[in-house]
Design a protein around this ligand. Structure first.
Ligand SMILES: Nc1ncnc2c1ncn2[C@@H]1O[C@H](COP(=O)(O)OP(=O)(O)O)[C@@H](O)[C@H]1O
Ligand SMILES: [Mg+2]
Length: 449
């Protein structure tokens, strides 16, 4: 992509309404634009990151055996009356009336709708288990939208729903999502830890929030350092096999958000040197709620003895749009964003220091073509801005690699390569540079699978 054709409206000043670094950088680097309280337009650069994050979430859901579908954003109040949540949900629900005076709403979540869909399509225990998900915009009329996309009103969520015949089978579905989440966040360059969470009126031990440690997080968290350092299951993990040991290994270590924290237990179970008391961002939440919806909504299947049994259900959310902010919180410096390769809007920023100079133009054009052929996504700064402005801009948007091409270097047959994450700069010969970059990008992308 040529920068001259792209749309990248940068802000010179840090907007005063933005309190945390991810919100500031998302506005400054032209990723988003606020269109209302807690409502954002995704500008081209931000949209590319959002789509990459969405795709990683999708790949890991598919790997775990979940099946993708798409439910509408607008729902009928009727459905929510069946579960009893239409009144209970309160002011966070955006209620709408259509021209026929029918009560509608913009979905804050989809338990009722998926239950309605599945109850008509499964009849026997033999039709189970089912694990279905969609990635769709939600609206919650948050009393205090803040921190940009971290707590928006309109936000993108991946929500999965599981349907099982009994508690043992439901636990298997729960474990699949537990392990899928470990992989999902790691692939985005995030260290996440599953923490015991409020499980609501149902109780039980099957509710975990996946938390990314960050100073600006909304939740206070307490956990054992060994949990954060634990290696992530590889891509060859068998999701149909026994995942319980992987889950037990993690849930046996202390980890709780402030709502569930017990100071005495914490001190008893975790050695002083391993205690982490920090803040964190909730990026995912998995939850088993038994028959909370299936009973009132009469979602049943015939069991082996022919008698009807209400479905055992769970739901599993990931904050896709929130993750864009979370990745920036984890990967930035004074200069701007520092995207991990796996979610970067482009892999390489190609800077032409002197457009119009025949040699610089020719060298850039040949890089641009070589990268394109190799599948390396490139943002080519072909604009007439001053070099200083080009450097600052490229650092701000934070693409993992920069290739800097100018007449002076070209006289000696070299270009400069910069690694944005480490800050390392090196010279490469005009002949080698494309190969070096392609190799590094390819290796980095492989590594994050
Ligand atoms: N207002 C919001 N803005 C952005 N992301 C959100 C918002 N609310 C929830 N999410 C994301 O969706 C995931 C699932 O939501 P859920 O657990 O139902 O929400 P909550 O924890 O606010 O009750 C959360 O873990 C979070 O990552
Ligand atoms: Mg939650």
């Amino acid at each position: 992509m040529r920068l001259s054709r792209f749309y990248l409206p940068l802000l010179r000043e840090t907007p005063s309404e933005a309190q945390i670094v991810s919100h500031q950088l998302m506005l400054r680097a032209g990723l988003i634009r606020q269109e209302g309280a807690g409502i954002y337009a995704w500008l081209p650069l931000g949209f590319r990151v959002l789509k990459k994050i969405e795709q990683i979430v999708r790949e890991e859901q598919n790997r775990a055996g979940a099946v993708e579908m798409l439910m509408p954003t607008i729902q009928q109040a009727e459905l929510w009356r069946e579960s009893g949540r239409y009144e209970a949900y309160g002011k966070e629900m955006l209620r709408i009336t259509d021209r026929h005076d029918r009560e509608m709403l913009f979905g804050p979540t989809n338990e009722e709708m998926i239950t309605e869909i599945v109850r008509t399509g499964v009849r026997s225990y033999k039709d189970l288990p089912k694990l279905l998900y969609h990635i769709q915009w939600k609206f919650r009329d948050e009393i205090r939208p803040r921190f940009g996309v971290m707590r928006g009103r309109e936000f993108l969520m991946k929500d999965t729903y599981s349907f099982d015949i009994d508690k043992a089978a439901a636990r298997k579905s729960y474990n699949k999502m537990f392990v899928a989440y470990l992989r999902t966040f790691a692939r985005m360059g995030l260290q996440s830890a599953p923490m015991r969470a409020e499980s609501g009126p149902i109780g039980g031990d099957m509710s975990h929030e996946f938390i990314v440690l960050a100073e600006t997080g909304e939740s206070g968290v307490f956990c054992d350092r060994r949990l954060v350092d634990m290696p992530v299951p590889g891509s060859d993990i068998d999701f149909e096999g026994d995942l319980q040991p992987i889950v037990d290994q993690r849930t046996s270590l202390y980890a709780a958000t402030d709502e569930k924290h017990d100071a005495a237990e914490f001190e008893e179970q975790v050695a002083e040197g391993d205690r982490i008391a920090a803040r964190g961002i909730e990026v995912g939440h998995i939850f088993n709620f038994g028959t909370k919806y299936s009973e009132p909504m009469n979602a049943v299947v015939a069991g082996p003895d022919g008698k009807n049994i209400p479905l055992e259900m769970g739901s599993y959310g990931v904050g896709v749009s929130r993750l864009v902010g979370a990745v920036i919180e984890a990967h930035h410096d004074e200069g701007g964003c520092r995207w991990p390769l796996s979610v970067a809007p482009f892999h390489v920023g190609l800077i032409n220091l002197k457009p119009g100079d025949a040699d610089a133009d020719a060298a850039c054009q040949s890089f641009y073509q070589a990268f394109g052929k190799a599948g390396v996504e490139t943002l080519y700064d072909d604009t007439n801005a001053r070099p200083g402005e080009k450097f600052a801009r490229m650092d701000l948007i934070g693409l993992p690699f920069q290739v800097i091409v100018g007449p002076r270097g070209l006289k000696n047959g070299v270009v400069e390569i910069k690694n944005r994450a480490t800050g390392d700069k090196s010279e490469a010969s005009l002949g080698d540079a494309a190969e070096v970059i392609v190799a590094q990008v390819t290796k980095g992308l492989q590594h994050s699978l």
